[in-house]
Ligand binder design. Structure first.
Ligand SMILES: Cc1cc2nc3c(=O)[nH]c(=O)nc-3n(C[C@H](O)[C@H](O)[C@H](O)COP(=O)(O)O)c2cc1C
Length: 275
């Protein structure tokens, strides 16, 4: 599977076979996690937990959203500048790697029992666990709760290019040109996962510069106590940079907001310059 196929195949899986993942795949995941690179200097750790090893007091719970999974990966981070984008980016790399191994995953930012997961990973004072994912073998058929989630979030839909990508400023949507080398990059950003499938990323292209913005769904940040939509931006950044590298190009993330008029509820996050 190439990376485009991996990105295209990933779906949130909430219904798993009642079967532990093989030791071989666990080892592969552990090795990948040990070396995974982050875009920013933020201390993170990714802990794999098996529910079978837990005592009844620290049982890992997902409020019934996930069924069957016996293994979880927890994203633990210190809370410093850009920790959300950093975690979104790095965790998505792990999710894509697990997908390439044929394993199912599901980003969980809300529907998991934070305090039990915190106990299980031995959370330090300056750390938090914004997200976890189950990993396991997907059952062929989604159960009822899974289907309800997919339906209510409209998970199979994505916004049109014209709502997401812009040419120079927000007044001019970027036209999808099949011949353009960056088209695949944008296509793969477009199908990224996001919390409640809000797809808050917006990109303004200006020559070799790509400016990333967050179009905020209101009331959301306050509800969870951390900025989950900045994790979504980190996920979009991950898909973007992986695809840039796939084109044989390199670049870097820089803080260089262009002088353009902003759309409502939209804020600048970061830019990428292709070198
Ligand atoms: C940061 C983040 C948090 C999420 N939190 C949850 C969650 O708490 N519970 C859940 O069932 N799905 C959660 N999801 C999964 C999204 O609903 C899902 O990615 C989106 O609907 C798109 O569907 P897809 O992943 O199948 O493409 C989360 C996704 C992201 C990126």
């Amino acid at each position: 599977m190439n990376i485009k196929q991996v990105i295209s195949q990933r779906r949130s899986i909430r219904t798993y076979k009642d079967e532990p993942i093989s030791q071989e795949l666990k080892d592969k995941l552990e090795n990948y996690i040990a070396d995974v690179a982050s875009p920013f200097e933020v201390k993170t750790r990714f802990i794999m937990l098996d529910t079978d090893d837990m005592s009844p007091q620290t049982k890992l719970g997902t409020y019934g959203v996930i069924s069957g999974a016996k293994t979880f990966i927890c994203g633990v981070t210190e809370k410093v500048f850009r920790y959300e984008e950093n975690l979104g980016y790095t965790f998505e790399k792990i999710i894509l790697y697990a997908t390439s191994l044929g394993l199912g995953t599901c980003w969980l930012g809300g529907t998991f029992n934070r305090s039990n997961f915190a106990k299980a990973v031995g959370l330090n004072e300056n750390e938090m666990i914004p997200v976890v994912t189950p990993v396991g073998y997907a059952k062929e058929k989604r159960n009822f709760i899974d289907s309800v989630f997919v339906k209510s979030a409209g998970s199979v839909n994505r916004k049109d290019w014209s709502e997401l990508f812009f040419d120079g400023d927000f007044g001019k949507p970027l036209k999808r040109d099949a011949e353009d080398r960056f088209t695949e990059v944008f296509d793969m950003v477009r199908i990224a996962p996001s919390a409640r499938n809000k797809q808050p990323w917006r990109i303004v292209k200006n020559g070799a510069m790509f400016h990333f913005y967050l179009c905020r769904a209101l009331g959301y940040k306050e509800a969870l106590g951390y900025d989950i939509q900045r994790l979504d931006i980190g996920i979009a950044m991950c898909h973007f940079e992986i695809m840039i590298q796939e084109l044989g190009l390199t670049g870097k993330w820089i803080d260089q907001a262009p002088d353009i008029a902003l759309e409502k509820n939209t804020e600048y996050i970061i830019s990428y310059i292709v070198e």
